[in-house]
Design a protein around this ligand. Structure first.
Ligand SMILES: [Zn+2]
Ligand SMILES: [Zn+2]
Ligand SMILES: [Zn+2]
Ligand SMILES: [Zn+2]
Length: 437
């Protein structure tokens, strides 16, 4: 009890000193010594206290099992899928995203462990990996906000390794000063201004501060973004700010305030699937139904073997053997997907294109089977993994959306699947093993 209150005081003390800037080193140093002395008796470090928080969300049942909690999580996922519109919606699969990271002093706050900055960096890396996995035709750029400026530290790139490399360089991203939303958004907008009309333009801001210091009127920036059809999404780590919500709502993006570490990650990963195409396109398209479809010219490149004679690449003028040849102008580029530097043709590999496809035709959600009375000869095992189903319905109260029999049925092929396969089919395979749809 007294240990806890003691640790809070010392945290606040650190915070105060940091605010004053000068002499902070010595003060914290001294404070740290005091802390270590006081702590060694009962509790080693302050951060250990916070680790109890993560268990609060998981509740054991009477028998001490965690099965109930796991079921709850799975049921939540199922309900979310059922909410998804059944009718096919038009989505942008050629995405361009600029990730704006707040690198201001407020990111050093320790309300998220270890710091907001470290957590944001870690989640950003996971987000980028997942984003490229789901959107192989997309490109990501990185912009930081610190010292009142927008700073570009990663060029728009379709190669996840480039983006991750920029995010891994922690020393280059050291937070300092005040953030400027306007400067950062203008910089992000600048790097997307040349993009073709069919590509989506998105800005995702991880914002830890409660202030922004802008050189001009940020509403002008917002108007230009709306005109350029740039979608702004913001995840706030501190609290809701009116301007943030306005930026998101008017540009068609999403806004969320992270309540804790887990919620932060949920908010971030909600932005991984491609957004539905904006309605503004529809109104300009004339008809009330689908907007007219444009055809996009794409080229499938020839891959050069590692043993081919070295030559200069068109993108970096590097001498190397491996690479891809543009099918139209035969220029050599280092990576796909990209736009050819010589003729501007979009160069993609066919597996990339195929992987982007599943967002357009998602697997239909499986129904939870609640009773077997109307089935003539129920199958005994999961159609995918062949594990046998329980023969009797579970007596434990089941949460909504879960089947007491552990069976989930495809509406098309009427095959039954177990809960694990249901999740796997919808999240990873994106194709029903029973009917191939
Ligand atoms: Zn190159
Ligand atoms: Zn070309
Ligand atoms: Zn199964
Ligand atoms: Zn099926």
């Amino acid at each position: 009890m007294d240990v806890d209150s003691d640790s809070d005081i010392s945290l606040l003390g650190d915070e105060d000193r940091r605010g004053k800037g000068k002499g902070k080193g010595k003060a914290t140093e001294k404070r740290k010594k005091d802390k270590v002395k006081g702590k060694s008796k009962e509790q080693a470090y302050t951060w250990e206290a916070s680790y109890t928080r993560s268990w609060d969300t998981v509740q054991e049942d009477e028998t001490g099992s965690l099965q109930g909690a796991v079921d709850d999580l799975m049921a939540r996922g199922r309900r979310r899928r059922l909410l998804a519109p059944a009718a096919p919606i038009r989505r942008t699969i050629i995405r361009h995203l600029v990730l704006i990271l707040d690198l201001s002093n407020s990111m050093m706050d320790r309300d998220m462990r270890p710091t907001r900055f470290d957590l944001a960096l870690r989640y950003a890396r996971e987000f980028v990996t997942e984003w490229f996995d789901q959107n192989p035709l997309g490109q990501v750029g990185l912009v930081g906000m610190r010292a009142g400026l927008g700073e570009r530290f990663g060029e728009m790139s379709g190669n996840p390794q480039d983006v991750l490399k920029a995010l891994n360089d922690r020393t280059k991203l050291e937070p300092t000063g005040e953030p400027s939303l306007q400067n950062a958004i203008e910089m992000a907008r600048g790097s997307m201004s040349h993009l073709p009309a069919q590509a989506s333009r998105e800005i995702l801001i991880i914002f830890g501060s409660l202030t922004t210091c802008d050189p001009g009127n940020i509403h002008d920036t917002l108007d230009v973004c709306i005109k350029n059809r740039i979608r702004i999404s913001i995840i706030a780590l501190a609290a809701e700010m009116k301007i943030c919500r306005e930026l998101c709502e008017k540009s068609g993006g999403q806004f969320g305030v992270a309540m804790n570490e887990g919620h932060f990650k949920d908010l971030l990963f909600e932005l991984v699937p491609p957004p539905a195409q904006q309605t503004t396109v529809r109104t300009t398209g004339g008809g009330s139904g689908n907007p007219p479809a444009d055809l996009i010219m794409m080229g499938f490149p020839t891959r050069l073997p590692d043993t081919s004679p070295p030559s200069l690449c068109a993108c970096h003028s590097d001498m190397k053997s491996e690479g891809f040849l543009c099918p139209r102008c035969m220029a050599k580029v280092c990576d796909v997907p990209t736009d050819c530097d010589i003729c501007g043709l979009m160069i993609v590999s066919s597996p990339h294109l195929a992987r982007s496809y599943h967002h357009l035709f998602p697997v239909k959600p499986y129904h939870a089977v609640s009773s077997l009375v109307d089935v003539v000869a129920p199958t005994g095992a999961c159609h995918a993994c062949a594990r046998s189903f329980p023969t009797t319905a579970s007596t434990v109260a089941v949460t909504e959306g879960m089947s007491p029999l552990g069976r989930y049925r495809c509406p098309d092929c009427r095959h039954d699947f177990c809960a694990e396969c249901d999740v796997f089919v919808h999240d990873v395979v994106h194709c029903c093993p029973g009917c191939g749809k």
